[in-house]
Design a protein around this ligand. Structure first.
Ligand SMILES: Nc1nc2c(c(=O)[nH]1)N[C@H]1C(S)=C(S)[C@@H](COP(=O)(O)OP(=O)(O)OC[C@H]3O[C@@H](n4cnc5c(=O)[nH]c(N)nc54)[C@H](O)[C@@H]3O)O[C@H]1N2
Ligand SMILES: Nc1nc2c(c(=O)[nH]1)N[C@H]1C(S)=C(S)[C@@H](COP(=O)(O)OP(=O)(O)OC[C@H]3O[C@@H](n4cnc5c(=O)[nH]c(N)nc54)[C@H](O)[C@@H]3O)O[C@H]1N2
Ligand code: SF4
Ligand SMILES: [Mo]
Length: 741
């Protein structure tokens, strides 16, 4: 087992895991080591697009104009000068020879469909004509945008100018939506991103599923290393022995799907042993008496029968949290769409933090602040006649952002019902690997009159497109200034280090050209995006020129970082207090106090499909990245030794998976036998099992978790799709199945 020291060393190096292969050393040699002796090179500011922590850095280019490496920006609060392995490997996005480099149009030749290359003028002209036709016959509201990442900004503007506000992203209903619903109901504000967890100064960090260390969100991982060094205690609740578990004082290997029982028992101990922050609770919260009554019987002994966590361990950990409070963080998690009751689990986590007095306190949660940049002048958007809210059809009343799954549903035509949504623009999201229930997604895509995909790579989603538009990578373009909230507000610039490859273009350019073809030129009143950036920066006393030199600029805070001792504070809830008892949930007929409800168990010979992150990959977007495939080129199926014995499995044996609905994996996955996973579950890293042959390095490597997730459990409060209630069994022989490509 690695020691605490190892963990810190690893993250200090910026290369995750002990599996550092020869490729990683080459990567380092090919950058830092060489640079020290290279006389002339230029560096350009950027911020990373490999995930959404948005670390600022520099891209280095040599005299010949060759892109050498990306390095963290020393002054950037998100990364403190160090990128994670994915950020360092970001140059692989530029060098990937499988990239999209020209617009593509779907054509039918001799009954066979294929893509042909097209000019931008033709491809965009075709998109504009189809969008005009859709607006003409069904109204502009029947176009929707699916987006994730930087490019979404420009297409959101375009779609709103066109007359639709149907904008959705998988980062809500497939990721952090339930956490935001739980937090808004309790604290009157969402958690937001980056999470305002004051890990740097914490004395006790509780991770419930959050697998920091594999989840490589840079600032949090670095701060967690420092906190461990400073003697903070980590409590990890995870059915799997995660990297975080190996650094923890307590690892609670919970039975999957039972976290709510543990959380309620912790609340019980903290209330009945009077360990809560009395002054804080009295001053700021609403509903303690009802909460106390509610959890009366939810003792550690009660929770033991459900969670398999010993009552003493529940009591000891509750006391540990309270003794460190308010410098205790019960981490809200990020990918929290697990079992369909996720808003309620998030509520329980919020309540615990409230009882401990952690919200707005040093070592708990700080109040984040962001720099505010005015929008570039543009006419008012037309008012849409309807929006994504109408696709909810009365469900999910507390959805605060567009819900991908209901927009997908609303795109499906049936003999009885015409589809409300007729066309999609998809940018920066690989929907077939991000959305559960692929059959439904495919039905929707088959119904559409128009599907335009903007991507850098020939990912699965491009295979469904009518028109594919190639975006250049983040290293080849300007983008909006980063203004993410943090302890100190900051500005960070992304500018090109190198010219776009082939005929690829930045998203701002694509959206502007399309806008012009749609007759919306007045919404794009600039020649080049640098005009927008310079105008915006000048409004806050900076300039493009200053940012090109500095990369990152810190802005002084205007408001305090924490609550002041005894200060009166108005929370954004119905009562103006932190609502231990959620009046907003009550108003909509949901439990105002969270309850534990049992979830289905795997049938005989089936195992719960658990999935997560690897430090060197991001979702499906990096699986083909030449630098990162060097570090890890496939996922493996973690299987408990007892299960392996029953099935006679050996390490690295290839098996296929079949889920509870008879869906068989496209590709085999290699077995990894390990005690780190419980006997009732199997585990794999998300993002592998690519089925497009155009992805030459990742095609057929490993298995795809999304394929197996055919039965999401939807959160009635905000529409999140719980994805951890699917079960798989093993096929030891190659099944008869044609693989799509
Ligand atoms: N089964 C399963 N489903 C999941 C998850 C899971 O763990 N398992 N995780 C969920 C979570 S937490 C999230 S946040 C979502 C993530 O969902 P997505 O963001 O859709 O994830 P990716 O698979 O990385 O897809 C990103 C797509 O953007 C493209 N891309 C990369 N850079 C650029 C760029 O600069 N411009 C453009 N235009 N495109 C670019 C990539 O090539 C890729 O096609 O998935 C959710 N869905
Ligand atoms: N390297 C890397 N880092 C990333 C990303 C990436 O793609 N790559 N993506 C980023 C994004 S957008 C997100 S949303 C986050 C996601 O990362 P997190 O929010 O940290 O984690 P989750 O995906 O919710 O959960 C994964 C962990 O939950 C455990 N788990 C499974 N079932 C249960 C259960 O019933 N109870 C408990 N307590 N634990 C359970 C799994 O064993 C695993 O360790 O990661 C972010 N960081
Ligand atoms: S955490 Fe890693 S991948 Fe994410 S933005 Fe930072 S360097 Fe890039
Ligand atoms: Mo996410």
């Amino acid at each position: 087992m690695a020691t605490r020291r190892d963990f810190i060393k690893i993250s200090a190096l910026g290369i995750g895991g002990a599996t550092l292969g020869a490729g990683a050393f080459n990567l380092l040699k090919g950058s830092g080591a060489e640079l020290a002796t290279t006389a002339a090179f230029a560096r350009y500011p950027t911020y990373c697009e490999v995930c959404f922590w948005k670390c600022a850095g520099w891209s280095y280019v040599d005299e010949q104009g060759k892109l050498l490496k990306v390095e963290g920006h020393a002054d950037d609060p998100h990364c403190s000068g160090r990128l994670c392995p994915r950020g360092t490997g970001g140059i692989g996005m530029y060098y990937d020879e499988d990239r999209l480099t020209t617009p593509l149009i779907r054509v039918e030749e001799n009954g066979r469909q294929a893509f042909r290359k097209a000019s931008w003028d033709e491809a965009l002209g075709m998109v504009a004509d189809k969008m005009k036709a859709i607006a003409g016959s069904h109204g502009p509201e029947s176009m929707a945008l699916f987006n994730h990442g930087s490019s979404g900004h420009y297409f959101t503007h375009l779609l709103k100018a066109y007359g639709s506000s149907n904008v959705v992203a998988p980062s809500y209903a497939q990721c952090r939506g339930p956490r935001e619903a739980g937090w808004i109901a309790t604290f009157g504000t969402s958690v937001g991103t980056p999470e305002p967890t004051d890990i740097r100064d914490t004395r006790c960090l509780v991770l419930i599923g959050s697998h920091l260390g594999e989840n490589m969100h840079n600032g949090q991982v670095q701060e967690m290393s420092d906190a461990i060094d400073n003697g903070a205690d980590i409590i990890t609740v995870d059915p799997r022995y995660s990297t975080a578990a190996s650094k923890s004082r307590y690892w609670l290997p919970i039975k999957p799907a039972t976290d709510l029982a543990l959380l309620l028992a912790w609340i019980h101990v903290i209330i009945y042993e009077e360990l809560y922050d009395k002054d804080y609770v009295e001053r700021y919260t609403y509903g303690l008496d009802r909460l106390k009554q509610h959890v009366r019987r939810m003792t550690p002994e009660w929770a033991y029968g459900i969670t398999t966590i010993r009552p003493e361990a529940i009591r000891e950990t509750a006391r540990l949290m309270a003794s460190a409070a308010p410098a205790t963080i019960v981490h809200p998690g990020r990918h929290v769409t697990w079992y369909g009751d996720d808003s309620q689990r998030s509520r329980a986590i919020a309540i615990l933090n409230a009882l401990l007095g952690s919200w707005g306190r040093r070592g708990g949660f700080y109040f984040p602040e962001s720099a505010s940049l005015p929008e570039f002048p543009s006419p008012e958007y037309p008012k849409p006649k309807w929006s994504w809210k109408d696709t909810l059809d009365g469900r999910y009343p507390l959805a605060s952002m567009g819900v991908t799954n209901t927009v997908i549903e609303a795109s499906i035509a049936s003999p009885e019902k015409e589809a409300r949504i007729k066309g999609w623009i998809v940018t920066g999201t690989n929907l077939p690997l991000a959305i559960p229930d692929k059959a439904q997604l495919e039905r929707a895509m088959q119904s559409l009159g128009l599907l335009v995909v903007i991507d850098t790579m020939p990912m699965e989603i491009t295979g469904y497109a009518d028109i594919v538009l190639p975006e250049c990578t983040y290293l080849e373009r300007y983008d909006e200034v980063r203004t993410s909230p943090y302890r100190e507000p900051s500005l960070a610039l992304r500018m090109p280090a190198i010219a776009p490859t082939g005929d690829s273009k930045p998203a701002w350019w694509i959206a502007k050209q399309l806008g012009e073809k749609l007759g919306l030129s007045e919404y794009f009143a600039y020649k080049d995006y640098t005009e927008v950036l310079d105008w915006q920066l000048r409004q806050v006393g900076s300039s493009l020129e200053e940012m090109q030199r500095a990369g990152v600029k810190m802005i002084p805070r205007k408001t305090p970082l924490y609550l002041k001792e005894g200060e009166a504070f108005q929370f954004g809830t119905n009562t103006g207090k932190i609502e231990l008892y959620a009046t907003e949930f009550e108003k909509y007929g949901f439990d105002p106090l969270p309850n534990y409800v049992a979830h289905p168990e795997p049938p005989k010979n089936y195992y719960r499909l658990n999935y997560g992150r690897a430090p060197m990959h991001t979702f499906s977007r990096t699986a083909n990245n030449p630098n990162l495939t060097d570090l890890m080129d496939e996922n493996k199926l973690w299987v408990n030794p007892k299960v392996a014995k029953i099935w006679g499995l050996e390490n690295d044996q290839e098996i296929w998976l079949k889920n509870q609905d008879g869906i068989v994996s496209n590709f085999p996955i290699k077995v990894r036998i390990t005690e780190r996973i419980r006997w009732d579950s199997v585990y794999m890293v998300h993002g592998f099992g690519h089925s497009r042959k155009e992805l030459t390095r990742s095609y057929g490597k490993g298995a795809c978790d999304a394929e197996m997730i055919t039965r999401p459990m939807t959160d009635p409060i905000m529409g999140g799709t719980g994805m951890r209630g699917n079960f798989v069994t093993f096929l030891l022989e190659k099944p008869e199945k044609a693989v799509e490509s």
